[in-house]
Design a protein around this ligand. Structure first.
Ligand code: AMP
Length: 234
């Protein structure tokens, strides 16, 4: 879908209201990586429900304990839990100019709740669908490593750390996420197919901005260039 040039804001994004940019795609499609790149260009917060939930698990609070087993099994946590996390987060002042959602919404009830929140607060949404095929996703997730201290993501194939298994930034030993094991990856892809993918029809039907990006081939920077081109960002 083409963005209307006459309605471009100074940040380069189409439309007059602050944007909620929704990065959409299966696990391993590069949503987190692209969200981080978009954040550096647009200067708006990156909101990852997966990261927020992992932080709560690490802190050992009640919510963390409640979702730990669900996440480790690769299933989705209840809608009301993530809806509340997102509602609280986007009410914070740094979200006033817009924000980037990574991993939310993942079900139709979540999308409906997000619509309600965005309508109430005067944001428009813009969906970027990262299209990748599943064989690539499985290989990508299997090679994924993360720094437990600063959260930097590495890929053994496309973006390896300088020293094996050591974070370039802080020297911490890299880890494999609990839910990145192969048996769990399949469960996560199944949840995506059944519960999340139908949202594409939902967003297509709403007639808002929905951009399709090839997220299969190329480096993260090349994929980001495609997003920049589509959004016509400088
Ligand atoms: P992610 O880091 O986005 O791949 O999310 C990791 C895990 O967190 C998922 O497999 C779910 O268990 C949980 N999760 C993250 N976001 C959501 C969401 N919007 N709805 C339900 N569960 C979620």
């Amino acid at each position: 879908m083409e963005a209307d040039e006459t309605q471009r804001e100074p940040d380069g994004l189409p439309g007059r209201q602050p944007a909620a940019i929704i990065l959409f795609g299966p696990p391993g499609s590069g949503k987190g990586t692209q969200a981080k790149l978009l954040k550096t260009v647009l200067g708006i917060p990156h909101i990852s429900t997966g990261d927020m939930l992992r932080e709560r698990i690490a802190s050992g609070d009640e919510l963390g304990l409640r979702v730990k087993d669900i996440m480790q099994a690769g299933r989705l946590v209840p809608d009301e839990v993530v809806n509340q996390l997102v509602a609280d987060r986007i009410a914070e002042p740094d979200c006033q100019r817009g924000f980037i959602l990574d991993g939310y919404p993942r079900t139709l009830p979540q999308a409906a709740e997000l619509d309600r929140l965005l309508g109430e607060r005067g944001y428009r949404d813009l969906v970027i669908h990262l299209k990748v095929d599943y064989t690539k996703v499985i290989a990508r997730i299997a090679g994924r490593r993360v720094c437990p201290v600063c959260g930097t993501l590495y890929s053994l194939t496309s973006n390896p750390p300088r020293q094996p298994d050591v974070c370039d930034r802080d020297g911490a030993r890299l880890v494999v996420r609990d839910d990145d094991r192969e048996s769990v990856i399949r469960e996560r892809l199944e949840a995506y197919e059944r519960l999340t993918r139908p949202l594409l029809d939902y967003y297509a039907g709403k007639g808002g901005l929905l951009f399709e990006v090839d997220g299969s081939d190329g480096t993260p920077e090349e994929i980001f260039d495609r997003i920049r081109g589509l959004l016509r960002l400088k």
